[in-house]
Design a binder for this molecule. Structure first.
Ligand SMILES: C[S@@+](CC[C@H](N)C(=O)[O-])C[C@H]1O[C@@H](n2cnc3c(N)ncnc32)[C@H](O)[C@@H]1O
Length: 251
């Protein structure tokens, strides 16, 4: 359960997970044969950093799903400011019960969110929503070394995600769910700092705001410790961005 401090730190940020425009563009470049106005679904869109990039990259409509209304409100405001209000459709829904007919979308995009319903379960559950030959672009946290080479302190840092697997493990889950993989790459440190930079700045300003309030300061430090953990262990893990196509049952 996310506490009040989580939302104090995270409200109003442009991104809610590692990733940046360059990575989204790189993943999008691996996709081919989309129709001129593709129907795109962005699952767990958060405040919509990648949604806005997708709107700039396509002439299609992007349905952006999240279950935290303030993120959707931030996205709607940014979409209006950037001239995308007619093509970005924020929708409050659960990624585990997406309210769409089968074969609705040309592309399903999801950065750093599929794990929330179990990564393998998510990519399997979303597949029927893709049209024949439709595309999946999804990022997932992963270890960069074999599991038996991950030190205990790094494992302890990731204790909240014991199912985290390796790059090959993620690729295997996507293939097993019925997709053909076209490309994958590891998010570079720059994409992490696009996310952690603003969080670190927010923590610094909240330290001043909460001066003298030991309880709040202690709860705030948890967020700094997450960033510090990336500095310490970041060579051992990242996100893999996978671009894959819905395979026909005979593939
Ligand atoms: C790690 S954030 C990633 C956000 C965004 N894709 C990004 O990279 O900036 C995960 C997002 O999933 C949303 N979320 C969590 N559980 C969800 C659910 N069951 N259905 C839909 N969205 C959910 C959260 O509100 C959050 O915005």
């Amino acid at each position: 359960m996310l506490d009040e401090m989580f939302w104090t730190v995270h409200s109003g940020l442009k991104r809610e997970g590692p990733g940046d425009e360059a990575s989204a563009r790189r993943a999008f470049a691996a996709i081919h044969g989309l129709p001129p106005r593709p129907a795109v679904l962005d699952v767990g869109c958060g405040p919509g950093g990648q949604t806005l990039t997708l709107a700039a990259l396509t002439d299609g409509t992007i349905t952006a799903v999240d279950n935290h209304q303030p993120f959707l409100d931030d996205l709607a405001a940014a979409a209006a400011t950037q001239g995308f209000a007619d093509r970005i459709r924020p929708l409050n829904a659960s990624m585990a019960a997406l309210p769409f007919d089968g074969e609705t979308f040309d592309l399903i995009w999801s950065e750093g969110a599929a794990y929330l319903m179990g990564f393998a379960e998510a990519v399997a559950a979303w597949r029927p929503l893709l049209k024949s030959g439709g595309w999946l672009a999804v990022s997932e946290a992963c270890w960069l070394k074999p599991l038996d080479q991950i030190p205990e302190d790094a494992r302890a840092y990731w204790a909240e995600y014991p199912a985290m697997t390796t790059v090959d493990g993620v690729l295997g889950q996507v293939e097993a769910a019925g997709y053909r993989i076209w490309d994958h790459f590891i998010l570079p440190p720059q994409a992490w700092w696009t996310y952690y930079g603003p969080i670190e700045a927010r923590v610094a300003s909240l330290r001043e705001a909460f001066a003298g309030d030991a309880d709040r300061l202690a709860r705030l430090e948890v967020h700094q410790q997450e960033v510090d953990g990336y500095r310490r262990f970041g060579a051992l893990y990242s996100y893999v961005f996978v671009v894959a196509q819905k395979a026909s049952p005979n593939d």
